[in-house]
Design a protein around this ligand. Structure first.
Ligand code: 5GP
Ligand code: ZN
Length: 113
C-alpha cells in the first residue's frame, strides 16, 4: 500500500535496521526504542491492525509471534520479554499496518501503562 510507512519499509523505499526476514514477515529495530531490545515485527501483507484482521490472516499473525520468539532467542533475552500489539489510537497505535512490538533486555512491569 503506497501510503503506508511499513509497506514502504518492506519495499525498501524507507531504510530500516532489519534484524530478521522470511517469506512472510520482517523484523526491524524501532526508531524510538523503549527497551534495550525493541524490535517491530510486521507481516509483509498489509493488514491495518488486529481489529481489521480476518481468519485468513491468522497464520500471518502467528508467524509474526514466532519471528519475535526467534529474535528473542538470538538476543538472549528469554528470561523475560514481551510482545505487544497496540490496537487502535486509544491504545497508542500510530502506524496502521499491523505490528508486534518485541520488548526486552530490562525488567518489564505489569500491568503496562
Ligand atoms: P504503535 O505506536 O503504532 O504501536 O507503534 C509504532 C512504532 O513504530 C513506534 O514504536 C515508533 O517508534 C515506530 N516507528 C515510527 N516510525 C518509524 C520509522 O520510520 N522507522 C522505524 N524503524 N520505526 C518507526
Ligand atoms: Zn502497510
Amino acid at each position: 500500500m503506497k501510503d503506508c510507512l511499513f509497506c514502504r519499509i518492506i519495499a525498501g523505499e524507507i531504510p530500516a535496521k532489519k534484524v530478521y526476514e522470511d517469506e512472510h514477515t520482517l523484523a526491524f529495530e524501532d526508531i524510538n526504542p523503549q527497551a534495550p531490545t525493541h524490535v517491530l515485527v510486521i507481516p509483509k501483507k498489509h493488514i491495518r491492525g488486529l481489529k481489521e484482521a480476518s481468519p485468513e490472516d491468522a497464520d500471518m499473525i502467528g508467524l509474526c509471534h514466532l519471528a519475535a520468539a526467534h529474535v528473542a532467542r538470538e538476543r538472549g533475552i528469554e528470561n523475560g520479554y514481551r510482545t505487544v500489539l497496540n490496537v487502535g489510537p486509544g491504545a497508542g497505535q500510530s502506524v496502521f499496518h499491523l505490528h508486534l512490538h518485541l520488548l526486552g533486555g530490562r525488567d518489564l512491569k505489569w500491568p503496562p501503562g
